[in-house]
Design a protein. Sequence first.
Length: 458
Amino acid sequence: MNTILIQEILFHLARGHKKVIQEFAEDIHPAMLAEFIETMAPADLAAFLQCLPPLQRGEVFSYLDVPVQVNLAHSMKRDQLAELVTNMSPDERADLVKKLKDETLEALWPALAQAERDDIKRLSGYAEGTAGAVMTTDYITLYPALTAREAIEKIRREAPDRETIYYAYVVGDDREFIGSTSLKDLILARPEIRVGDLMVPNPIFVKLSDDIEQVAMTIGKYDLLAIPVVDEESRIVGIVTVDDIVDVVQEEATEDMQKLGGMQALDEPYLETPFRRMLGKRAGWLATLFVGEMLTATAMGYFEHDIAKAVVLALFVPLIISSGGNAGSQASTLVIRAMALGEVTLTDWWRVFGRELKMGAVLGLLLGAVGFFRVLFWQMASPVYGEHYLLIGMTILTSLIGVVTFGTLAGSLLPFVLRRLGLDPASASAPFVATMVDVTGLVIYFGSATLFLTGTLL
């Protein structure tokens, strides 16, 4: 169905039926329209956008995937691109400009108004991952001396050029942020009441340098649609809206999931990532994990004589080391998520240590008991473990307690170590933790075997 509609659009484009295309697009949400047309060739897509009114054109363009936006921008004429950029929201056009080629940017720059150039430069200068990098400068400000009637009139005049009008921010003479009010409060208030009497003093705000994850948690905590951003002099310089936060949260969650899977985070959608770049993102981690697993082979070689004397021990090696890895992966995932949600901080490491020490010991005891009774029942059904089966069972039981406890502690504390070093805790991926625990698991296992089986099988 989509293919037929696109062919119909191309038919009308070729014949210059601009009115037909406008009628087709006017009742469709910009996000749906962008999803529908982004598979078109850049030249056709540019021609389609030119048929739309300027404001709708900017909205539709902002919903296109970033690679599509960049390719389209490079193929457009300078004046067309300048008009498009002007009608985008400030934060989105700043993000786009960062990704343009130098020659495209050099051609675009003189075609923009001085106000737009200054705004783009200012927003582009903030560090990635901060409130300043995702904020928009489209917001409503009011003065405390205004009446509710005057404030509503001001909002009505400025609304077409603002991203959101649900909140208005009250400033002093030097633009110091002193309070906030909502459109609902202004509408319900008596017309003659002053904004200064109506506003909420000491409102919630964030600073330019605040981490965007912290901003997201603040917006979620206070159920806000937008949160003001202030500079070092407490002057309001922008707002972060909830739709931008949703995008950031999705990006952060995707990045953490990819890191937890044992690879570098992708910068582009999966199907749009070039093969060589995908290979580089995955091969590095796999090679690192492979080198780590070589230590497992080295450890196995060290205990070669023990295995030769009691071949039955080799049967339980996968059971032991995988249990430690699984326990470590569980613990690291829980702690990383708790860190991301702000439930635990670096100062909580000791509490986490005590909690996971007990948890690891109990889980190890449970798994060890299952392993012990497995040896017992198999021996009763068929005497495959010989006369020292109880000692073998005790070796399994003790090993699992030690390995699972160590794996749990390693998985839970490694994110704290990474955070303390200024690294992303998500780098404590499940494969990384499992690889680290494998070698230690072998040492614990064969150490337990030496303790229980020396003088009998060893």
